[in-house]
Write a protein that binds this ligand. Structure first.
Ligand code: FAD
Length: 490
């Protein structure tokens, strides 16, 4: 809409629109930082034109909604974008990306805001906050879920299960589909159905030129290939089409808790048991120390998505570990399970993690894990093994940009502390612990990495890196989408 007409329409609309964030911004020039690190004052007219061309809000510093929008899950991240666009649909995303390109602004995309290193926000650049762009539609006949780019995992599970269908999603329902599905997507059904990204049949992407394209095996196949593992390197995914599979709502859940003193035995059992498990079984292992508790725990979560009697038979192997101190073994609603690890109070815990993929759990690694682990005052300390393998490992390494098909486990060391307390000491502890474990890893999950890994992005994409550079040159030659495991176009 022409700028003057937009102003008239706004004034005529009266009360409700008088609170529009754009009105508060009108007439103000905006201070920003370009991708080359130069300071820039964006003229008021350009900012007004951007606002006039959007259906969703444009938020600027000083606006009440701005502070909420710039926040991400991890409260230690405190970044201030120059501008935040909250698109109402694809057209707003195109407009925002064109603006970023015109002004050479680094562009952050926020979906669920779960990136631990805060890749969903930016200092001085443009943040595209997709929180108003959430919609899931399922075509049960085609077994496809159409998911808009800002959606959260819980909505996808909910809509699909209503038709007796599922696809792989992560284990916390308020995680964003945008970050998870473009980076990987490990979850309770991954060994049966593959990674979330393995189930992408097509994507709709707004790349750096502001154009929207549908990419699939037939259309723009290189873009389709790159988006599945390249994160936001090639643009904003505004729509996903996911393959769905029939599944009964109820799965067999086996939660077994052992005393921390059994950690070594538990790891030795896991090293043998997990790689030989059927595809229907996902076995994750978590152990560590909750805050203020140096007793510790060892927790196995088993989810079997096949026939109950077969699942119970497989889980009998846990008898080798003796009687757990606490046990749940019951058929459980999958959607309830998918919400069971949700955070009651997001942003209540500062967090830091190190992670890497391993193809086996050799004795030397088990010894290093056990010897180095310790509780710490004022922090929770946990190690998480999320199982991979199965259908994930049967996809060829070069079929998607995600290369870590060799992985049997994603091994993560995490700490959490109160956000009003200093975290440096905790981070130093976990970094030194990780130095003992890291030599056993072969690569890492890009969505969990932070700037410590910045010099390793190319090596971590392994044999797929050269092809990713070609895709990057085609779809984001100026690298405005650099808040990710970045593929430099040069
Ligand atoms: C509590 C918790 C539980 C988790 N559990 C799992 C799990 O079970 N399995 C698993 O695989 N991972 C898991 N993760 C990791 C998670 O998948 C990544 O952190 C992921 O990047 C989060 O996506 P997001 O959209 O929520 O994050 P955001 O911070 O919003 O975005 C993260 C990255 O994704 C990009 N991005 C987001 N949306 C889009 C889009 N529409 N188009 C293009 N790029 C986009 C952003 O640019 C940014 O680089 C978990 C993380 C947390 C904090």
């Amino acid at each position: 809409m022409h700028r003057r007409k937009f102003c008239q329409a706004t004034l005529l609309a009266g009360g409700a629109l008088a609170l529009s964030p754009w009105l508060r911004a009108a007439g103000a020039e905006v201070h920003a930082t370009t991708i080359d690190g130069k300071e820039l004052n964006i003229a008021a007219g350009a900012v007004d034109d951007l606002a006039a061309g959007l259906r969703g809000p444009l938020l600027l510093p000083g606006n009440a909604a701005y502070d909420e929008a710039r926040q991400v899950l991890n409260p230690t991240i405190d970044k201030h974008p120059a501008l935040i666009v909250q698109p109402s649909g694809v057209a707003d995303v195109m407009r925002a990306v064109q603006f970023a390109q015109d002004h050479r602004l680094s562009t952050a995309i926020k979906c669920g805001g779960h990136s631990a290193s805060g890749k969903g926000t930016v200092n001085g650049g443009l943040q595209i906050d997709l929180s108003r762009f959430r919609h899931v539609r399922v075509d049960p006949g085609e077994r496809i879920a159409y998911v808009s780019g800002g959606s959260l995992l819980g909505a996808m599970d909910h809509e699909a299960l209503a038709h007796g269908l599922v696809t792989t999603a992560g284990t916390v329902s308020h995680t964003g589909v945008g970050g998870l599905a473009t980076g990987g997507g490990f979850g309770r059904l991954g060994r049966k159905f593959g990674l979330t990204l393995d189930n992408i049949r097509a994507v709709e992407v707004v790349s750096a030129d502001g154009r929207v394209r549908r990419a699939s095996a037939e259309e723009y196949p290189e873009l389709y290939w790159g988006v599945r593992g390249g994160g936001s390197n090639f643009g904003v995914v505004t729509g996903f089409e996911f393959q769905l599979y029939p599944m009964k709502r109820e799965v067999l859940l086996g939660n077994f808790i052992y005393p921390y003193a059994r950690l070594k035995d538990a790891l030795e059992f896991y090293a043998e048991f997990a790689p030989n498990a059927p595809d229907e079984l996902q076995t994750d292992l978590i152990y560590g120390f909750p805050p203020g508790n140096d007793q510790g725990f060892v927790f196995f979560q088993n989810v079997y998505c096949g026939k109950e009697s077969e699942g119970r038979k497989v889980l009998k192997q846990y008898a080798k570990l003796g009687k757990p101190i606490k046990e749940t073994l019951a058929m459980t609603d999958y959607e309830v399970l998918q919400r069971s690890s949700d955070w009651d109070a997001p942003r209540s815990t500062a967090a830091y993690l190190k992670g890497g993929f391993i193809s086996e759990l050799p004795q030397a690694l088990i010894d290093a894990i056990v010897d180095g682990m310790e509780p710490g005052a004022g922090r929770s300390t946990q190690m998480i093994f999320q199982q991979a393998g199965g259908a994930i490992a049967r996809v060829p390494t070069d079929a998607t940009a995600f290369p870590h098909r060799y992985a049997e486990f994603n091994m993560m060391a995490t700490i959490g502390w109160k956000p009003d307390q200093p975290g440096d000491e905790h981070k130093q502890w976990i970094k030194s612990y990780w130095r003992q474990l890291q030599p056993h890893t072969r690569g890492f999950y890009t969505v969990e990495a932070d700037d410590d890994n910045a010099s390793e992005w190319d090596r971590n994409y392994q044999g797929n890196f050269a092809r990713m550079v070609e895709v990057k040159r085609r779809y984001d030659p100026d690298n405005i989408f650099r808040l990710n495991a970045n593929v430099s176009p040069s």
